[in-house]
Design a protein around this ligand. Structure first.
Ligand SMILES: [Zn+2]
Length: 129
């Protein structure tokens, strides 16, 4: 499933559905000059989920493109990368993106951050809600 939504409530709802049905989640987001991309391959029990990295009960301030703006080509870049990852998953080609890819469009830099499953995660942990 591809999540291209612009708010945490939807992202967490999509994540819970992917966890429940063990479906890969291709998550992409962009705002202003920053973007991120991640594949949570929930077919594997050892994979982190979106909530492991961005806990639902966390104190993340919600910012929306409709308020903060976004550099339009950046949404194209992330959307195309999400499509690439989805095609790889569907076709079985290569390996899904590992970790969280973070883009700083102003600097032209991409960083990959390792992400790990949180055993206490409320979405995919030992006793999911
Ligand atoms: Zn989780």
């Amino acid at each position: 499933m591809l999540d291209c939504s612009d708010n945490f409530a939807t992202r967490h709802a999509v994540n819970r559905a992917c966890v429940m049905h063990r479906k890969p989640l291709v998550s992409g987001a962009a705002i202003r000059f920053d973007a991120q991309l991640a594949v949570f391959d929930l077919r594997s029990a050892s994979s982190p989920c979106y909530s492991c990295v961005f806990p639902e009960e966390g104190e993340i301030e919600e910012v929306r493109c409709s308020v903060m703006g976004v550099l339009a080509p950046l949404t194209g870049v992330i959307g195309a990368a999400q499509a690439l990852e989805a095609i790889k998953i569907v076709s079985g080609a290569g390996q899904p993106l590992a970790g969280l890819l973070i883009a700083d469009a102003l600097k032209g830099e991409w960083r990959r951050v390792r992400v790990a499953k949180d055993p206490a995660c409320r979405a995919c942990g030992a006793s999911p809600a």
